[in-house]
Design a protein around this ligand. Structure first.
Ligand SMILES: [Zn+2]
Length: 423
């Protein structure tokens, strides 16, 4: 694949030229458009941007479909180019003349901010100097979507009033893909990456939680440094001088809800992207999970009629049937704490899980390895103050998380059923 750039004032367009060996369709995602545009803050221009950062932004957008090499219309530093050693995609050309990016003495952490609970919890534990950047997706004509950014924009307004240097920057990179969405899970940081030099940013944070970083709640716990996600992305961000930073990587979805209930800015959070400000849709999977967690934590009164109504929604019906359910541990935690309430049968049937999951209310401290060192002290202090830290027993519960046996037993039951029906 080849990259071309065009720009006027504070706008830059990335054009991807597909080559023969590239793949336009991978799994369920198709490269539908080959151009996206980003608008930086007033006064910013693409010339302010370090070449390694432009290249990293391009890779986050083209990675699923590009093969072998991304040819750039400019040179990148050797440090950045070398960070792709061993990966299936390379960047060219590179030159010793390009000095790697080094942030200033008073550099700040950046956060790819979504307005949701996890992202707001991340901001709550990060230093006050953090710059949250919200990627504002323009609404295109002729596109029917349930997506509503009202709540996120209100959250940004409030952060601005409180004194955060919050940025709402337009970028349409989600239209590269069909179905519409981020080409890679880190692509929502593209506006932050492209303005890293402008704002003197030293690290790129996400609201990624324990369930996602360590696969807790999935089939089996996985140490993050051994995952393919780490192997692909950790070094390229470090090579670009803007390290990955996961402030709530050791915090469960249960914990991010607790942080938001306790922190000063927590009230701005809303995870539902279908409802409006303070008016979540109450029909989507996120709303259902958040309702369960809040009731489980006693942050909200449990209501069986509300639960039943949500369980009748199409999206929720589909998700609850999955085995395992997405973030199953979080639902189990909530179900355990709502044990004496009348639960809908689909939830009650999962209550035979014996292990005590109260550790999910605390911080999993080994995740400090994935918090940017310069801001670790402040972040750690906030995490301990708001949540407390897991003890030995809690750590073991997390690291021994496995649904393997249970899933295999389910497979055996199904296999037996199949054999019976064929006999
Ligand atoms: Zn919703």
């Amino acid at each position: 694949m080849r990259l071309e750039l065009s720009s006027t004032e504070n706008c830059v367009s990335f054009h991807f030229l597909i080559e023969e060996h590239d793949e336009a369709v991978v799994a369920n995602s198709k490269m539908d458009n080959t151009t996206f545009t980003f608008a930086g803050p007033v006064g910013w221009s693409i010339d302010e941007c370090h070449p390694d950062h432009i290249a990293l932004a391009a890779i986050l957008c083209a990675y699923p479909w590009a093969r072998d090499v991304l040819h750039l219309p400019f040179e990148v530093s050797e440090r950045f180019s070398e960070s792709f050693a061993g990966l299936r995609l390379k960047v060219e050309p590179c030159s010793a003349k390009i000095k790697p990016y080094v942030s200033g003495d008073n550099s700040k952490p950046g956060l790819a901010f979504s307005g949701g609970v996890d992202s707001t919890a991340a901001l709550s534990v990060m230093p006050k100097s953090t710059i949250p950047i919200f990627m504002n997706r323009p609404q295109k004509m002729l596109t029917r979507t349930l997506y509503d950014k009202d709540a996120a924009l209100r959250a940004c307004d409030i952060l601005d009033t409180i004194g955060y240097n919050v940025q709402v920057l337009d970028c349409d990179l989600e239209y590269l893909r069909s179905p519409i969405g981020f080409p890679t899970d880190l692509a929502n940081a593209v506006p932050l990456i492209l303005t890293a030099t402008w704002f003197d940013i030293d690290s790129i944070a996400f609201g990624t939680v324990l369930e996602s970083l360590y696969s807790v709640g999935r089939k089996e716990f996985k140490e993050y440094s051994k995952t393919s996600h780490y192997k692909v992305w950790w070094k390229p961000f470090a090579g670009a001088g803007i390290d990955l930073n996961f402030p709530v990587g050791g915090v469960s979805e249960v914990g991010t809800e607790l942080i938001c209930a306790k922190s000063k800015i927590g009230f701005i959070a809303q995870s539902c992207i279908r409802g409006t400000w303070e008016n979540p849709c109450m029909n989507c999977w996120k709303c259902f999970r958040k309702e369960m967690i809040k009731s489980g934590l006693n942050l909200k009164e449990y209501s069986l009629p509300v639960m039943k109504k949500m369980l009748a929604a199409r999206d929720v019906k589909k998700q609850i049937k999955l085995i395992p359910i997405k973030h199953e541990n979080v639902l189990l935690f909530s179900a355990q704490r709502l044990r004496d309430k009348e639960l809908p049968p689909s939830i009650a049937s999962r209550l035979d899980y014996k292990e005590d999951l109260s550790a999910l209310m605390k911080w999993y401290s080994p995740s400090r390895d994935f918090i940017y060192p310069s801001h670790l002290e402040a972040t750690e202090r906030n995490l301990i103050m708001l949540l407390g830290v897991m003890d030995e027993k809690d750590l073991a519960m997390i690291e021994e998380w496995s649904m393997k046996e249970w899933l295999e037993s389910l497979e055996r039951i199904q296999e037996d059923k199949r054999t019976e029906s064929t006999n």
